[in-house]
Design a protein around this ligand. Sequence first.
Ligand SMILES: [Zn+2]
Length: 124
Amino acid sequence: MIAISYSDYSEYGCPECGSTDCFPFDGVYGSTTPAECRECGNRFMIVSNKLMISAIGYNSEGIQSGFLGLTAERQIELLKKYYNYEMNAIVDEEGFVFPIRISHPRKGYPSNRKTTKEEDKYRK
Ligand SMILES: [Zn+2]
């Protein structure tokens, strides 16, 4: 699961298909919303523009709110201690994965605009 910022979401929509028809599949936890796309079924985290890390973690069984009220100092501390390079996420002692916010994969293509196959080749 990837994490994107609120401003990227409002501009580009779902990271997979660009739809803005997404809903929270669990509660909203202040700084992070776990979102599911109604069009393609993709699940992702929408994270406050101030955060580098999703405040919600997940494992194979579900999600948990882990790092609420993350300060900048605490984020750096967590990154130093738990950063998993391959997953680009914080993985805590219990195996919960907290994705690091990334730049929106559809940057440049406004939400709800279908890309052509030709454009998709250059998308990532
Ligand atoms: Zn989608």
